[in-house]
Design a protein around this ligand. Structure first.
Ligand code: SF4
Length: 838
């Protein structure tokens, strides 16, 4: 029975079918003839992997030095001999000189990779680590790793590969500029091995599989070429092992960042808590390698550490499907397995030749990512590393050039971040000539695998039902608009027909009592200084590759010209935001502000979304607070509360792929408010979200406003779908309905009553009639004249990108309301306005 089932699954594997967890589990048990069939199928996939990597018939390895930055760790994995206690070490960390000396020796002896391996956040457990970091001026271990990576790049030319353990989205963003690749073993998804007393990961906070899966996903969101893997035989069942392999497959397909997967066999080492545990037999190990190879397919490199198996078994590992030996060192020992020496390269070569394969050195990042970087893209590898890579790579294969010798090179911003480039006329021609194509050049890859996203999109879009009674909720809102439960707000948010009319009417009354009849607007200009961006937000039709026909970047002179033009036309504010272009330098953001202030000293500078703040501060390696202070000193007045989309990570990860997590958005905006930098607040809705998310989002904004009082207004932004990738992929709704728009504006007015006084409505997205409806449903502000608007226009909005003051007045006039000009912070008196106009 089982044999029959196994044979059927084997046939499916041989036919390249997608396997489920039961099938993978069955294959893991293959032995004898079945295992032989399995490895034949796996070696076919291996050959396809080598061909698709541009190195047909070639097995690779990375010549490296191993730098054990610290052997202290806050975890206590029961099989580990790497982590130790302070009294066994002469110092908690290798010194900077020791690190550079190891790397220098590696450079002299033909290595190209500096592998930084270390314990996870030792300062959280060991005082000596914290004291050492303090004495040496580092906030934490990761700051030290970052600094050391830069020293290695500048003094030796070796390419860092960082293995610092669990990292957050922000930490990955901060480390990406100093390393072409990073890694963290998933090990296993079996949570019981972490949560149950006696399990190998019990007592190790960083070994919670949920945490490690989140790191794997975050690395994909931040587009870091990433190495991961499974540890085979630490007590997991075959089903759990199958689940681990499938988890890696899912994440790898969604983001395309998993460059190699290590299938590592557990070794029961003396003097560990697991010294009596049983190691997997070689047959089982081979089956695991073969199954992993088949499940992952040809897009990912597969590795088995050659020093953890007997030398004579290396050909069998190749036959089971591996195409890479990982890092090999002729200089340093494997500090994680010091008792297992690296094999000589000659031995690996002979093993490859026995299988009719070649052996070649590679760089720490695999060819597909190196090729991308050498084409000038900063998507996978930060431009500050491109010269280091160019010096070491073979320009035909994008593997290591065996004739190259690493030398230290400056680690610095590339030239030409803010120089004129591409369609700088797009801001005006978008209204007449339009975009060149409806999609960016890397449309098929930049947003990740759509099929992996589809299920989650369905899940997030499914709305909650409310059991709360409308009449009761409405009466409560009349009595105390800000005092409802979320369930009651949801009832109002989902109201239809007459009920919705009543909600809108209540919102209109509240608007009247809060801010009167005036419909306000600001005379401003949008300046989107670049649309080059590789974040891959799935709703965004604005961002382009640097080489795309519709890509552009403005020079500082062009920014200054546009600010002067705006000032001459009476603008009191410029709103400046751009794509997340890795070619921008750390100083560009302050330069943009200074340039604008010099061009029009009185102009209010409203600039940089929380996403820009997150990435620019990470690039500059300064805390967000310090970075914002620098911008404030340069002349920044307020920030747009954009990049919020929906402040719920389930929705964000479907909608945006790489954008900052909700918690980071909140942290950045809160920090800005604490520094006296006020902001707007926004919500983009009508895509893969549901009314429950809108209520949750408003609740988050409201709580933040209670803490800081820093929001000037709330701006509901209806999703513009026409050119939005997630809509083109068939996963998003075609924007909100008019019902949704009314409900969102009205409930925002009700829910934010007494806290955020101004509700803005977007004429760019809603058109004249739609805007009038919103002004009768709780909104009181029209936003800006804009003078130019490229983001919604690239997404397909047909409501223009510029309105004169009299056109704005006409909108309000149509519903019998007066208009009044305001400043960015809603002052309408003549003195404030003339001051703001400079
Ligand atoms: S929304 Fe912003 S961060 Fe996201 S892809 Fe577009 S330009 Fe880049």
């Amino acid at each position: 029975m089982v044999d029959g089932a196994l044979r059927r699954v084997l046939a499916r594997a041989e036919g390249g079918k997608t396997l489920n967890v039961t099938e993978v589990e069955l294959l893991l048990a293959a032995r004898g003839e079945d295992l032989a069939r399995l490895t034949v199928a796996a070696s076919r996939v291996r050959d396809a992997a080598m061909a698709s990597a541009g190195r047909p018939g070639t097995v690779t390895y990375s010549p490296k030095v191993f730098i054990p930055v610290t052997r202290l760790c806050r975890d206590r994995c029961h099989y580990c001999t790497f982590a130790t206690v302070p009294h066994r070490l002469s110092a908690p960390y290798l010194s900077m000189d020791e690190i550079v000396a190891i790397a220098r020796e590696g450079a002299e002896r033909g290595c190209t990779e500096a592998l930084f391996t270390l314990g996870d956040r030792p300062e959280d457990r060991w005082d000596v680590a914290r004291i050492w970091l303090d004495e040496h001026g580092y906030a934490d271990t990761l700051s030290y790793v970052r600094a050391a990576a830069i020293r290695v790049l500048e003094e030796t030319g070796l390419l860092p590969h960082l293995n610092p353990g669990v990292l957050s989205w922000s930490e990955l963003t901060r480390l990406k500029p100093v390393a072409p690749s990073m890694g963290m073993m998933l090990e296993t998804t079996a949570r019981r091995l972490w949560s149950d007393r006696g399990g190998p990961h019990f007592g190790s906070p960083d070994k919670d599989p949920e945490v490690r899966l989140r790191v794997l996903e975050d690395a994909g969101r931040v587009s870091v070429p990433f190495t991961t893997g499974i540890l085979v035989g630490i007590g997991e069942t075959l089903e759990e092992r199958a689940e681990s392999i499938l988890a890696i497959r899912r994440i790898s397909r969604e983001y395309g960042h998993v460059q190699e997967v290590i299938v590592q066999n557990f070794l029961a080492k003396p003097r560990t808590a697991m010294d009596r545990s049983t190691e997997v037999e070689f047959e089982e190990y081979r089956a695991t390698i073969a199954v992993t190879r088949i499940v992952l397919g040809p897009g990912v490199s597969l590795q088995a550490p050659p020093n953890l198996s007997d030398p004579e078994s290396l050909p069998e590992l190749l036959a089971a499907g591996i195409d890479d030996w990982g890092g090999i060192s002729a200089v340093t020992v494997d500090h994680v397995n010091p008792e297992r020496p690296w094999p000589k390269i000659e031995l690996l070569r002979r093993a490859a030749q026995a299988a009719d394969l070649n052996l070649a050195p590679r760089l720490t990042a695999h060819p597909k990512y190196v090729r991308d970087a050498m084409s000038g893209s900063g998507r996978w590898i930060d431009p500050r590393l491109h010269n280091h890579i160019r010096a070491l790579c073979d320009s035909a294969t994008f593997l290591a050039d065996p004739a190259a010798h690493p030398v230290g090179l400056p680690w610095q911003d590339p030239d030409g971040g803010l120089s004129e480039h591409g369609r700088v006329d797009l801001h005006s021609t978008i209204d007449t000539e339009g975009r060149t194509t409806d999609r960016r050049g890397d449309f098929d890859q930049i947003f990740g695998g759509w099929s992996e996203v589809a299920d989650r999109a369905q899940h997030t879009a499914a709305g909650p039902t409310t059991t709360s009674d409308f009449a009761a909720a409405f009466r409560a809102a009349e009595r105390d608009p800000a005092g409802l439960t979320d369930e009651q707000y949801l009832t109002l948010m989902t109201a239809e027909g007459r009920s919705l009319d009543a909600v809108a009417s209540l919102a209109d009354d509240l608007r009247k009592s809060a801010v009167g009849e005036d419909v306000t607007y600001v005379v401003n200009r949008n300046i989107n200084f670049t649309n080059v961006c590789y974040v891959g937000c799935r709703f965004c039709a604005f961002a382009q590759r640097r080489t795309d026909d519709d890509a552009y970047t403005l020079s500082l002179d062009q920014i200054a010209d546009r600010v002067r033009e705006a000032s001459a036309l009476g603008a009191t504010e410029v709103c400046m935001q751009g794509g997340i272009d890795p070619n921008l330098s750390s100083s560009d953001y302050a330069d943009i502000i200074r340039t604008a202030k010099q061009a029009a000293p009185g102009m209010h500078i409203h600039a940089f979304s929380p996403m820009e703040i997150a990435t620019a501060s990470a690039k500059a390696n300064v805390p967000v607070r310090d970075w914002l202070m620098q911008m404030k000193d340069a002349g920044l007045d307020t920030i747009p509360g954009t990049a919020a989309e929906i402040l719920d990570d389930d929705v964000r990860w479907v909608l945006t792929k790489g954008k900052l997590p909700a918690s980071e958005w909140i942290r950045i905006v809160e920090t800005a408010h604490e520094l006296g930098i006020r902001s707007s607040s926004t919500m983009m809705y009508g895509h893969v979200d549901n009314p429950g998310h809108w209520v949750g989002h408003l609740r988050t904004l409201r709580d933040l406003q209670d803490r800081t009082g820093g929001f000037t207004e709330f701006v509901p932004l209806p999703f513009v779908h026409l050119n939005a990738p997630i809509y083109l992929a068939g996963l998003a709704r075609p924007g909100p309905t008019m019902r949704d728009n009314r409900a969102v504006h009205a409930v925002a007015r009700i829910m934010l009553h007494g806290r955020i006084h101004h509700i803005q409505t977007s004429w760019v997205k809603l058109g004249i009639e739609g805007t009038r409806v919103m002004l009768r449903s709780g909104a009181n502000d029209l936003g800006g004249t804009l003078m130019e608007e490229t983001i919604s226009r690239m997404a397909g909005s047909e409501h223009g990108s510029n309105k004169t003051v009299s056109e704005l007045a006409e909108i309000a006039d149509g519903i019998g309301r007066p208009t009044r000009q305001r400043t960015t912070d809603y002052r309408t008196d003549a003195v404030a306005l003339s001051q703001a106009a400079g």
